[in-house]
Design a protein around this ligand. Structure first.
Ligand code: FAD
Length: 404
């Protein structure tokens, strides 16, 4: 059967656009469908969040040809400082010791999203925007996608549909893929501060019984804050005066960067774990947040999604070169198999961090503080942990070697 497209990508967020970029020379006929206009995305508060990019992700973004520009507004992380509020344990990781310029980089999500989207729009793909996918069916020959464009119904066919439509994925629902949701009853408050002593390119991760606080180096003396509190507390903190909010933030973080000054608006986003029970269905694959929406504690969501996308792109290119069907069940299964271990590792690690560090039961407190101290003193283990924080663990080193 001759389809309208080889591939339909649903969702023009980071995952969808990075996939489109990776496939720009694949010869595939691609359509990308995005529900929101560029202006709507540009002004959405969620675009204000800071993204910590692991070193491995910067290598992959370079392979996609977008890192040079993104790097101009990114701030390098030279050190990572992890501590446990009210307890003795802490650990420090350093770029110098790993022999790299930076352990990772911090960037405002909006900057990377708009650049990647702009670059993807310059490729040969057909974009439907604003357009929302409302229906999806598949047969052995094709996937059938129904869109809502300007109140009009549009039908498209493709050999394969990629759901890159985020944590509330419509594609996941339409495919009847079950999901497991873990509600942490927390919200992440995102804002920007300036500090009197400067950040010296240190990324701070401070665990507290109520949730983690990340203070990430940004341009100038600015730092991006991702502060997780219980839902009620976060809602209350959003309502408070700037002075009240700042006093509580300073109390939680301490004075390691001197006194803090608020320089950006405050927004709160619910945080939970959503994991799809499978990644593939007949003639469809879900990637990025559509497959796994994580707590931001370890800054791994997009890093993991980017690895989905590069793995998928590599396999699709190979399948095209071998003249295989990109929607055949064996191909979809091999993709799912290739991504399973990385998903399990990152999801379990992130979920474990939230649980272990939000626990004030004495034996747990002692164990985690002992672990932090040990980690700080045993160089070989520390180096291993740092390699993983940089997104370089094991097989991951392979991704990003190809130039797209
Ligand atoms: C506070 C916070 C801090 C974070 N910090 C980090 C960090 O430090 N490091 C990190 O790696 N990750 C971090 N993340 C996670 C990261 O932001 C996400 O993993 C990433 O943005 C997900 O990208 P995505 O493209 O999969 O999904 P999304 O960005 O959600 O994009 C999905 C797109 O699909 C579109 N869409 C939805 N439904 C439809 C439909 N029916 N039809 C058409 N289009 C549709 C949407 O409009 C959207 O543009 C953080 C997240 C939060 C909330």
């Amino acid at each position: 059967m001759r389809c309208d497209y080889d591939l339909i990508i649903v969702g023009g967020g980071l995952a969808g656009n990075c996939l489109a970029l990776a496939l720009k020379d694949s010869g595939l006929r691609i359509a990308l469908i995005e529900a929101e206009t560029p202006a709507e995305r540009e002004h959405a508060p969620i675009g204000q969040r800071a993204l910590a990019l692991a070193y491995g992700s910067t290598v992959m973004l370079a392979a996609l040809g977008v890192w040079e520009t993104i790097k101009k507004t990114a701030t390098p992380i030279k050190h990572i400082h992890v501590s446990d509020q009210g307890h003795f344990g802490k650990t420090r990781l350093s770029a110098d010791k790993e022999g790299v310029d930076a352990l990772g980089y911090v960037i405002t999500a909006r900057h990377i999203e708009s650049h990647v989207s702009e670059q993807a729009s310059k490729t040969a793909l057909t974009t439907y925007c604003p357009a929302r996918v409302v229906g999806l069916m598949s047969s052995d020959e094709a996937a059938y996608v129904n869109l809502n464009v300007d109140q009009q119904s549009v039908n498209l066919t493709a050999k394969l549909v990629i759901g890159a439509d985020g944590g509330q994925s419509t594609v996941r629902q339409l495919l009847a893929i079950e999901q497991k949701t873990t509600d942490y009853f927390q919200k992440a408050i995102v804002t920007t501060v300036r500090s009197s002593l400067g950040h010296n390119n240190v990324a701070y991760e401070r665990f507290t019984a109520e949730g983690p606080l990340a203070v990430l180096p940004a341009t100038g003396n600015h730092s991006s804050v991702v502060w997780t509190r219980t839902t009620e507390h976060a809602d209350d903190l959003i309502q408070r005066s700037d002075a009240d909010f700042l006093a509580e933030l300073q109390n939680c973080f301490g004075f390691r960067m001197g006194s803090l000054q608020l320089v950006g608006p405050r927004f709160a986003f619910p945080v939970n774990l959503i994991r799809a029970e499978k990644m593939v269905q007949r003639r469809a694959i879900i990637v990025g947040n559509a497959a796994h929406q994580l707590h931001p504690v370890a800054g791994q969501g997009f890093n993991l999604g980017l690895r989905d996308v590069l793995q998928l792109a590599e396999m699709l290119i190979e399948q095209v070169e071998n003249e295989g069907d990109i929607g055949e069940p064996a191909f979809l299964d091999s993709y799912a198999k290739a991504r399973q271990i990385d998903h399990d590792k990152v999801i379990n690690f992130t979920d474990g961090l939230v649980r272990v560090f939000s626990n004030d039961w004495l034996p747990v407190t002692i164990s985690r503080n002992t672990a932090l101290i040990l980690l700080d003193h045993v160089n070989s283990v520390k180096s291993l942990v740092t390699q993983h924080a940089m997104g370089l663990g094991g097989r991951l080193q392979r991704l990003g070697k190809r130039r797209y």
